[in-house]
Write a protein that binds this ligand. Sequence first.
Ligand code: SF4
Length: 271
Amino acid sequence: MSPEPDARAKTITANVALNLSGTPLRAEITVPTHVFELRQLLPTVRSLSEAIIGEAVKADASNGFSVSCRSGCGACCRQLVPIAEVEARLIRDMVEEWPEPRRSRVLARFAEARRRLEEAGLLERLQHCETVSDDELVPVALDYFTQGIPCPFLEDESCSIYEERPVVCREYLVTSPAENCTRPTAESVRRVTLAAKVSTVLTRMGRDPATELTRWVPLILAMEWADEHPDDLPQRTGPEWLREFFQRLTGKIIPPPRAPEKEKPRRRPAR
Ligand code: SF4
């Protein structure tokens, strides 16, 4: 990463050239130099995720595996969707700002999903699994899927918040026949393998770098989770957020960006 500070514009541009397990990633990223909340970095994070996904899709296509996901196929939207806390708060705020009757319609779907989770004895398990590991998550996810609870944003089997959907939803692409997703098994569903999962990085952003624990929220409980958990994520400058993001993405230590050079005082011309 080679940052180029531009003190006048109060932004900084980083030219990123990475090799993620053999997958190249090149991007030019411009961020503000002042401190801001992680949610303001989301457009950048999403586009980096799309770049990684794009490379993986290209690699699969060149090996004869084409993505079979289509609009109108919402089988994966009945799975447990683990999102980052910053995304949970974004979803809560987005829904709260929607005009009626859209807002009430979606809130009713969240309430119905909660009722079904409670009835199935899954609600409490989901309310206390923010920091469980991927392995511990598997049995919960399997039990969840058997309930067939649609995501509250699924309308006519399509995502109604497509542009704002969480990163983990963007990352879920398959190359096996679409109908296999209704009864997915490790053998019947072939997922596009990504060089790095930005969704996992996002669940760790702003938290203690010493811990590798993720902190995620089940999308189905995003509304109540966001209400119960005030935003305690730190604010950082653009370069600090980017440094943390790429450190977590690559697992490598990245030196702090250079501070902008101070302008040298001009010499007075001799009289
Ligand atoms: S947010 Fe959209 S893509 Fe993600 S699970 Fe819900 S409906 Fe599906």
